[in-house]
Design a binder for this molecule. Structure first.
Ligand SMILES: [Zn+2]
Length: 336
């Protein structure tokens, strides 16, 4: 039996350990991918601390990692159309038996030397796209892309607000710029995050504790407010603040995950202005190939998104860095 190293989460004890596990063998419709780069996401932090629990996991341990790119190492028995050595990025999840399962949450992910992938979750990568940048497209880029284009249906020249300029929020600013939203207003309590938002294309960056926040949003939007507001933080106070600055028919899109309740403090105003609150999770299947194509075509550039690359053995350290926001990382990459 061949062994490989994997970073495994033991859910009952909230511990992440590097272990030798048996290297999986690809079955029908699957390939084995040699992982070259795997992103570390805030939801990994939340899986470890227990604020996020896998819904469909059949065991109490799982290999983390839902942002994965690498090269095909081995093909399952019936697989055609793919070749060993081909560079690929993996979809962050898939529907099995009518249920949406997330890689590295509901089944083993890519914080390991090798990962299994159904061929339906594979996308070939152009040679021009560095593997670390490719790895973060599923989730860190595709989730805000889905939130913007599918859930909020942002149109050119619509006013938008982005709360939480971490990995997903920074990409949201960049993507909103690409689809022509204007103005783009970023909100984050951390000065470095606000500076980054401006670097990534925000027109205005505000501190959520600023008592003038509402006035500033109204001044920047011809007194209308925001057509779409995105909560990437998963924080109750963010959601309630965003509702106060929505334009008529404005949408608040909930992307950051939290198990806390959300209160609409003025239901009459909410109905009169025909506001909407929309939940968002993941992205449509076409998001990753669209984003790979836009990157290959020079419309998007994720060269600023990779804060650091660490070995798999440093997985716990990477998680800690993201949790404490040490160095204000956008994305940390593990290279097994
Ligand atoms: Zn994630």
């Amino acid at each position: 039996m061949d062994l490989m190293r994997a970073a495994r989460l033991h859910i009952p004890s909230h511990t992440l350990t590097i272990e030798d596990v048996s290297r999986p063998v690809p079955g029908a419709g699957q390939v084995l991918v040699k992982v070259e780069a795997a992103g570390v996401c805030l939801s990994d932090v939340h899986l470890i601390d227990g604020t996020l629990t896998p819904t469909h996991l059949q065991a109490d341990t799982v290999t983390l990692g839902h942002e994965v790119a690498g090269t095909i190492a081995e093909l399952g028995p019936d697989v055609t159309g793919w070749t060993a050595g081909q560079r690929v990025v993996l979809q962050a999840g898939e529907v099995r038996d009518g249920r949406l399962l997330t890689r590295g949450v509901d089944y083993d992910g890519g914080w390991a030397e090798y990962a299994l992938a159904s061929t339906g979750t594979l996308f070939a990568l152009p040679d021009t796209l560095p593997i670390e940048q490719a790895a973060i497209i599923p989730d860190a880029v595709s989730t805000p892309w889905g939130a913007i284009t599918t859930t909020a249906e942002v149109r050119p020249a619509q006013a938008v607000g982005v709360w939480g300029i971490g990995g997903l929020g920074a990409h949201a600013v960049q993507l909103l710029r690409t689809v022509g939203a204007y103005p783009i207003i970023a909100v984050d309590p951390v000065p470095a995050a606000r500076r980054r938002a401006l670097d990534f294309g925000a027109d205005l960056a505000l501190d959520p504790i600023d008592p003038q926040l509402r006035e500033q949003v109204l001044a920047a939007t011809d007194n209308r407010g925001l057509d779409a507001a995105f909560d990437f933080a998963g924080v109750t106070a963010v959601r309630e603040q965003a509702l106060t600055v929505l334009a008529p028919k404005g949408r608040l899109v909930l992307v950051g995950l939290t198990d806390k309740p959300l209160t609409v403090t003025d239901g009459t105003r909410f109905s009169y202005l025909q506001h909407q609150i929309l939940g968002h999770y993941g992205s449509e299947d076409n998001a990753v190939p669209q984003l790979v194509a836009l990157t290959e075509g020079g419309r998007l550039d994720f060269s600023r998104s990779i804060t650091d690359v660490l070995p798999l053995a440093a997985a716990a350290k990477a998680v800690q860095r993201l949790h404490t926001k040490e160095g204000d990382p956008i994305r940390l990459i593990l290279r097994p």
